[in-house]
Every structure is written in structure tokens, then in C-alpha cells.
Ligand binder design. Structure first.
Ligand SMILES: [Zn+2]
Length: 83
């Protein structure tokens, strides 16, 4: 099961579909293209394909609140800690 070991040592599980620990972040500049793709082919498959193509995966640690982002969609997550 995919997971992230946070710097605080908490394990963030990403294996469930859908995962309660995972978020999809859509860059603002791609929203219009996303909407146009969906309008052109409003099937469930197209919606999920388009969404996963443009969205960045984000995970939040339930223990320390760190945010982990896969910015390049290569399954390499970089962390950001709350101040
Ligand atoms: Zn943590």
C-alpha cells in the first residue's frame, strides 16, 4: 500500500481509493482547460482522466499538519510544515 512516512514519523496511508488523506489540487491556470475537456466529453472516465492528468497529489499528516505535495506527478512528495 502506498504511504508516506512523515518527518514526525506518522505514516500517511494513501492506499484507500478514495483516500481520506489525499487531496487533488488543480492549478488555477488549468481550470479552464479542464472544464473545456469535460464539456467535450462529459463521461465519468473523461472527468477522472482529465482530473488526474492536471491535478497535483497532496497529502496531509494528521499528526503534525505537514502538507506533502507531489509537484511533478512522479510520486516524489515534498513536505511543507505549518508555521
Ligand atoms: Zn507529520
Amino acid at each position: 500500500m502506498p504511504s508516506i512516512r512523515c518527518i514526525c514519523d506518522h505514516i500517511i496511508s494513501l492506499g484507500a481509493i478514495p483516500s481520506p488523506n489525499k487531496y487533488l489540487v488543480i492549478p488555477d491556470v488549468t481550470v479552464e482547460d479542464f472544464v473545456e475537456e469535460i464539456k467535450a466529453n462529459p463521461s465519468d472516465e473523461q472527468i477522472f482522466d482529465s482530473l488526474h492528468k492536471i491535478a497535483k497529489d497532496l497529502a496531509k499528516c494528521a499528526s503534525c499538519g505537514r502538507i506533502w505535495i507531489d509537484e511533478k506527478n512522479d510520486n516524489v512528495y515534498r513536505s511543507y510544515a505549518p508555521e
